[in-house]
Design a protein around this ligand. Structure first.
Ligand SMILES: [Zn+2]
Length: 232
């Protein structure tokens, strides 16, 4: 009887290992996912201050489901979170006489002025996806003097902890998607490629501020060796 039990136990463990290998095979422990700025202020779902077209309930649910599926396949999931102080340089309200979406020059850099958004600790700065999905959430744009579209560094060149976390996690390839295609997704994907990661952007899990700049962003990413896929 004891031998039968042992054989059954062994068979169970072999079976479970094969099943796990099949499930995690897709990500091979080296594929990470960066979900960019899925926050209330960027969505129509939450009537956000800087709501991007097409970011309704269906879109947010699609991103949530896709991220769950990637996690089940063994990918390690990361997120970026725009996280500004009230006096942030990117808010038009902090520049006298300026309007939202106007571009100004600051110390030789072009700064687009946005409606105040993702102010630290406000409800609409919170991530919309289930937090338990993420191995780490990297906050960006915390320095009032610099904007930070990229999850890797701000406009002043100061690195976030993103590259370090990814490298320590053994990640070699990245799948990137979220909001917005023409700003934070583009900047994050391009910096990821610069850091040596093999990057794929999933277009239908992204939404852009404007169609022209989004089309330009897709081309720019392709030109930099990033793979752009329509679907996951
Ligand atoms: Zn911002």
């Amino acid at each position: 009887m004891r031998e039968v039990g042992f054989v059954l136990t062994l068979a169970f463990f072999v079976g479970a290992s094969i099943l796990m290998a099949v499930q995690t095979g897709f990500c091979k422990d080296i594929v990470g996912v960066i979900v960019v700025d899925m926050q209330g202020d960027f969505t129509t779902l939450k009537n956000g201050a800087l709501a991007v077209n097409g970011t309704d309930k269906a879109f947010v649910e699609r991103v949530q489901k896709a991220t769950e599926a990637l996690k089940q396949k063994g990918c390690t999931i990361f997120a970026t979170q725009d996280w500004h102080p009230k006096d942030h340089i990117s808010f038009f309200t902090n520049h006298e006489g300026k309007k939202p979406f106007e571009a100004i020059q600051i110390e030789g850099r072009t700064q687009v002025l946005w409606p105040p958004h993702c102010v630290q600790e406000t409800d609409n700065a919170a991530l919309l996806l289930d937090k338990s999905l993420f191995a780490a959430v990297v906050k960006k744009g915390q320095d009032k003097k610099y904007d930070s579209y990229s999850g890797f560094q701000d406009d002043g060149g100061k690195q976030t902890e993103m590259a370090k976390i990814l490298k320590e996690s053994g990640i070699k390839e990245l799948i990137v998607y979220g909001i917005a295609t023409d700003y934070c997704v583009k900047a994050t994907a391009i910096d990821a490629a610069k850091e040596g990661f093999k990057v794929t952007v999933i277009e239908n899990l992204c939404r852009g501020v404007a169609p022209e700049t989004s089309a330009k962003a897709i081309q720019e990413m392709k030109d930099k060796g990033i793979t752009v896929k329509q679907e996951l």
